[in-house]
Write a new protein. Sequence first.
Length: 136
Amino acid sequence: MKHTPYLLFDGDCADALAFYARLLGGRVTHVMRFTDLAPDQVVAGDEMKLGHGRVTGGKFDIMASDAWPGRYHGHEGFSMMTGFDDRDEALAFFRAVSEGGEILMDVTETSFSTGFGTCRDRFGVPWMVNVNQGPA
C-alpha cells in the first residue's frame, strides 16, 4: 500500500507543484487544466487553473489541484511530515520549505528528536521536519 497526499489550492497549484519539484528534487507530471477535465463546467477566468497535477520523485509523490469554485477550505487539519537521517540536511530543507512562509517552531532538539520543526510554506501548506532517531 502507498499513501499519497492530495492537496487542494486556491489558484496557485501550478506554482506550488513547481516549488515542491525543485524543493524535493522531483518532477511535475500528469498536468491537466480545468478545461481538460470539464470544459463545459469551467467558470470564466478559471480556464488555466490546474485540475490535476503530480510531483514525483524517488521517495515521494504529491498530487494536487486547484479547488473548483466554492470548494477551497484552506490547509487545515494535516501536516506534510518529512523525516531525515541527517540534521544538516533537515535544517537545509526546513529553511527552503519555510522561505516566504511562516516558521511556527524552529528546528530544535526535543524529547523525541535531535531536530524537529514546523512551518507553513508560502502556499499555506503546513510541514513538520524531523531528524529520525532510528526505528520507532
